[in-house]
Ligand binder design. Structure first.
Ligand code: SF4
Length: 490
């Protein structure tokens, strides 16, 4: 390396009501009750850069509650060579303005380069280069490896070695290095440096944790199913890769011993199953990690047997996040969920019987669903919650993000009300649907109101086992009120 660059990985402050949740989420939402998800791939990027000898600073202004002025003052003071941040559809226009503000700081002696990464710019890389002064757009899901590659190229003063998947400017022209490749070896990554990435900012305010401090890891990248049409990830990051179970277990051991972590959420799109899962569970038990941490993950209905659930319980899995999306078979088939609705209740029961806690996600506002269809989803979600078969539920409005097959379907059928990206923030349906905006938001609120139902509360009361449960329910209660307000009609 010829020059020691200073690089800031940032989440700049954003305007708008509520705490925006950008990272690692298939969707974008703002929460009244703040919730923070540890951004695993950006944290991996910071770790790789540090190991390669760059001067790297982690700067999450959202999690730290910084004002925009404080952010700009910080940048003026630090004078980085490069600032990189993740963007998503509803905030990409804000990020363009922020980039232009940063590029105008030349009066303060800054010769700052900027980079964007994330799902929106992977779908539409050129758009950001045309609408802002951004210098680099990094596409694909391996943006930790690619950001390192950009920094090395900057340090060497040559773009000749840029990897595939990078868009940049040269001689006044927009150039790109071709389609990204997802062929990096995840087992070669160093374990994330939790300290330089300020992991404690994200260790407490997160509704998934029963016990804190908690943190996130990723055993794999992307999703082994990869077909749901509303999800942009299978199209944008189409290659599922997974680390070796032993490599993941070593990271868990380090989190327990070095950071005293008490709960870990794995944010792989869908957690690996089959032989991989068995080996992983065995390792959790053999190493005794099952006595020290709860483990949570994203899962799909129809992937696990009764025996799998039992083994996962033994390995101390707790929360399993399942995407139900709708109680209507026609919708599930259209979404390519590969899920039979009549099996959902039984699967939730099996998971609960093994001692696990299913969390269900549902959505409202499909262009082909009627109000009666949406009510069926409410009924199934409410039933699962009241009976205690599902532990928690998350309800959202369907948003067709660029890059998803649903977005293409919208374009082909003229379903979009707008292509103003800032309106894709789940505060309103952006597709033409049979229900009014008021009805849609009311439906989302309705499912959260089950949390006030006596049968639900009685079953929750019966499930209390320890002090952590009481603390968890107190936090969950606050979040519930927050969610009801999140979807209050404007
Ligand atoms: S299961 Fe479907 S929604 Fe979930 S990550 Fe995979 S493709 Fe996306």
């Amino acid at each position: 390396m010829t020059k020691k660059l200073k690089v800031i990985i940032s989440y700049p402050p954003l305007s708008g009501e509520g705490t925006p949740l950008l990272s690692q989420n298939r969707q974008f939402q703002r929460f009244k009750e703040p919730t923070y998800i540890y951004p695993v791939v950006p944290a991996s990027a910071a770790t790789l850069l540090k190991e390669a000898g760059f001067d790297v600073i982690w700067n999450d202004c959202i999690a730290q509650g910084w004002t925009y002025k404080r952010f700009l003052d910080f940048i003026k003071q630090e004078k980085p060579d490069l600032i990189a941040f993740e963007t998503k559809t509803p905030v990409v226009k804000q990020h363009w303005r922020i980039i232009d503000d940063l590029k105008n700081l030349t009066a303060y002696g800054l010769q700052l380069k900027t980079a964007l990464f994330g799902d929106h710019v992977t779908a539409l890389p050129e758009e950001s280069l045309k609408n802002s002064k951004v210098d680099f757009v990094i596409t694909g899901g391996d943006y930790d490896f690619l950001l390192l590659n950009v920094c090395r190229s900057m340090a060497e003063g040559s773009f000749a070695g840029l990897e595939a998947g990078i868009w940049y400017r040269e001689g006044g022209q927009i150039r790109d290095t071709g389609k990204f490749k997802l062929d990096h070896n995840l087992n070669s990554l160093p374990f994330i440096d939790r300290d330089i990435t300020k992991w404690k900012l994200y260790a407490y305010k997160n509704g998934n944790y029963k016990r804190t401090p908690g943190t996130y890891i990723m055993s794999g990248r992307d999703c082994w199913w990869g077909k749901c049409t509303f999800c942009s990830w299978p199209t944008l990051y189409p290659q599922f890769r997974v680390r070796k179970p032993g490599n993941v277990l070593d990271e868990i051991g380090a989190l327990i011993n070095d950071h005293k972590v008490r709960e870990i959420m794995d944010d792989t799109g869908t957690f690996p199953v089959g032989h991989w899962l068995k080996e992983f569970c065995k390792g959790m038990i053999d190493e005794g990690y099952n006595k020290k941490v709860y483990f949570d993950c994203n899962m799909r209905f129809g992937s696990l047997s009764k025996e799998d659930y039992k083994l996962m319980k033994k390995a101390n899995f707790r929360l399993l996040l399942f995407g139900l999306e709708s109680a209507n078979q026609v919708t599930l088939d259209r979404l390519k969920k590969n899920l039979q609705v009549e099996k959902v209740i039984e699967e939730c029961r099996q998971a609960r019987a093994a001692g696990l806690y299913p969390h269900i996600t549902i959505m409202f506002g499909y262009p082909w669903e009627s109000y009666a269809d949406a009510k069926k989803t409410i009924q199934l979600g409410s039933y699962l919650l009241k009976k205690g078969y599902a532990y928690t539920v998350q309800a959202t409005v369907v948003i067709p993000y660029p890059g998803s097959p649903l977005f293409q379907e919208c374009k082909a059928n003229g379903w979009l009300n707008t292509e103003d990206w800032s309106r894709f923030d789940m505060k309103e349906p952006v597709m033409k649907i049979s229900m009014s905006e008021k009805e849609t938001l009311k439906l989302v609120q309705e499912i959260y109101k089950v949390g006030l139902n006596p049968e639900f509360l009685f079953n929750r009361f019966l499930s209390i086992r320890d002090l952590d449960d009481i603390k968890y329910f107190t936090r969950a209660g606050k979040k519930l009120v927050g969610h009801i307000l999140d979807f209050k009609n404007p």
